[in-house]
Design a protein around this ligand. Structure first.
Ligand SMILES: O=C[C@H](O)COP(=O)(O)O
Length: 244
């Protein structure tokens, strides 16, 4: 089954995402870059409110999982200790990291600060040259060798270009193969639009998860969540993947 991750920035967007039945709700501040953290008080509020919200709004559904963006290599240390245990996933952008050794050091240090219930997700940027970091294939390979269970490819520069504008279908297929060989689930983000999901399926590219922000907002990724657009994504991702 394909999951849907939606990024939210505050309590009210969180409520909308829970009510829509989003499987993974990811906290990030979209006006400050690809993976900027929200204020830790917002994490704490979500962790506290989720059991009640879920019981009231959608008790028949599986409770959504919580994810947090912690920023880039220079940001995460300021906030990581305040991430509640109720968060299943945490992500740190790899910008500026251009060696395997540095990448592994960052992952190792971050993992030391996460609670036992929070899993670090390996992040790669499709526009890795702009982010001055290792390529997605290098990061996926390294993540597989390092025992990661999940990895994500996103875009660092939020200028409207999608991951599919930066990586070829062959490149995306390669990421799927690396993930599959290492038994990792892989997620695809990066200014995705619903029609891209159709194109990817036609090409036989089937990520385990789609992660979106801009396409579920009213104007751009820094705008308000659109409940209508959100529902269209929830419905689309819940369809069985078309087999080629
Ligand atoms: O993790 C998902 C990102 O928030 C994707 O944001 P975006 O769809 O605006 O590129």
């Amino acid at each position: 089954m394909t999951d849907l991750l939606v990024s939210v920035r505050d309590d009210s967007e969180f409520d909308i995402a829970v009510a829509a039945g989003v499987a993974i709700i990811d906290f990030k501040e979209p006006s400050r870059g690809a993976l900027a953290a929200v204020e830790p008080a917002i994490w704490q509020s979500a962790a506290k409110r989720l059991p009640h919200l879920h019981a009231n709004d959608a008790p028949h559904r599986t409770r959504p999982l919580l994810s947090a963006a912690l920023g880039e290599p220079e940001d995460w240390q300021a906030v990581i200790r305040r991430l509640p245990d109720a968060f299943q996933f945490a992500k740190i952008g790899p910008s500026g990291i251009d060696t395997a050794r540095e990448m592994k050091r960052l992952w190792g240090e971050a993992a030391l600060h996460l609670g036992a219930t929070t899993e670090l997700v390996a992040v790669a940027y499709a526009d890795f040259e702009a982010a001055h970091c290792l390529s997605p294939a290098e990061i996926f390979q390294l993540a597989g060798q390092s025992g990661f269970r999940r990895c994500l490819v996103d875009t660092f520069t939020k200028d409207g270009r999608s991951t599919t504008d930066h990586l070829s279908y062959a490149g995306l297929r390669e990421l799927g193969e690396i993930a599959s060989q290492a038994s990792m689930r892989w997620a695809m983000a990066g200014s995705l639009r619903l029609e891209i999901v159709d194109d990817l399926e036609t090409q036989g590219i089937l990520p385990d998860c789609y992660a979106v922000r801009g396409d579920v907002c009213q104007h751009d990724r820094a705008g308000n969540l659109s409940p209508l657009r959100l529902q269209q994504w929830v419905d689309r991702v819940s369809l069985p993947s078309r087999k080629r």
